[in-house]
Design a protein around this ligand. Structure first.
Ligand code: ZN
Length: 309
């Protein structure tokens, strides 16, 4: 039997994307044309056609305005997790603002679903070396797993030398968290992202498929992500520079077709289902970091093991 991989949807509107954060402010959001409900419905239909259960990382701002969409996701047997409340990049926030943002989102999601929220994904994967303290806040909030680390080099996110597969984080005196890093493959000694979103739209499908096969051949699960606006070629378009335009709008018409191919070629489930079958996880970083109470210069100091304990 093929290995079970995780599939996830970051439930937000097209205008929440971090690429636009310098030209669209949160105070503008309520005036913009929302497409999230219709697109989540399309995704739910697609998943039900292929009998797939997924994890939906729902933005608190969206859940508050459209609670019916959270109910619909839950009723179809999917997992609901948090994508924070206001989609602010973590390393641009204070620790307390981050804590309050995630807390608010958990409260909204738990009151709609009546269920405990266990998972979290950061806006734009923005847990980086300068914001590793976020893990400690997630433990304090009672979360059990995080899926925010992108082990690549990128202008917005990434910890290039983080493990590529699920690992355990121990936060001193507070508890543990499981991290499910966004999937990458190794090419010429480098980690290349393969996880979805823009990559699903911009790579040829055969490359994407080979990537997941390679990960599963290593005995590891892959995790795929995409956004509701990515299956909608008709989202409102705003003027941005060429690179941003390509990243945000490139090949939108292809996404749904690519997703169908993926759902036909691989077995997918929720993050919780996948983590259940991978319990013996390595720990990273090997040496426990201090808590934020005693971190120096506002940085979370971590000693990396370089293979030695
Ligand atoms: Zn997001």
């Amino acid at each position: 039997m093929n290995m079970l991989n995780a599939i996830s949807v970051d439930v937000e509107d097209w205008f929440h994307v971090s690429l636009f954060r310098h030209c669209i402010r949160p105070s503008d959001w309520d005036q913009l044309e929302s497409t999230v409900v219709a697109n989540v419905c399309r995704i739910l239909n697609l998943f039900s056609r292929y009998h797939v259960r997924a994890t939906f990382f729902v933005l608190g701002w969206v859940a508050e305005r459209y609670p019916e969409i959270v109910v619909a996701i839950q009723e179809q047997g999917h997992e609901i997790a948090s994508h924070g409340y206001q989609h602010q990049i973590i390393y641009e926030q204070t620790r307390d603002a981050f804590y309050q943002d995630v807390k608010r989102s958990i409260h909204i999601l738990e009151s709609i679903t009546g269920q405990k929220i266990r998972g979290y994904r950061a806006p734009s994967y923005s847990i980086t070396r300068s914001s590793l303290w976020a893990w400690e806040k997630l433990v304090e909030l009672g979360l059990e797993y995080d899926s925010s680390i992108f082990p690549v080099r990128h202008d917005l996110y990434g910890i290039a030398d983080a493990p590529r597969f699920p690992f355990k984080i121990k936060v001193k005196n507070k508890g543990e968290l499981v991290e499910f890093p966004i999937s990458t493959i190794r090419i010429l000694g480098k980690n290349i992202p393969i996880a979805g979103g823009g990559y699903l739209r911009l790579y040829p499908y055969w490359f994407f498929k080979k990537g997941i096969e390679q990960i599963n051949a290593e005995g590891k699960p892959a995790i795929i992500y995409f956004h509701p606006w990515e299956i909608d070629p008709h989202i409102p378009r705003i003027a941005v520079n060429k690179l941003r335009y390509f990243r945000h709008y490139g090949n939108l018409a292809l996404t749904e077709e690519r997703l169908v191919q993926l759902l036909q070629n691989f077995r997918f489930g929720t993050v919780q289902q996948v983590l259940k079958s991978h319990t013996d996880l390595p720990r990273w970083p090997k040496v426990e970091g201090p808590t934020t109470d005693n971190a120096q210069n506002g940085k979370y100091q971590i000693a990396f093991s370089n293979g030695k304990q």
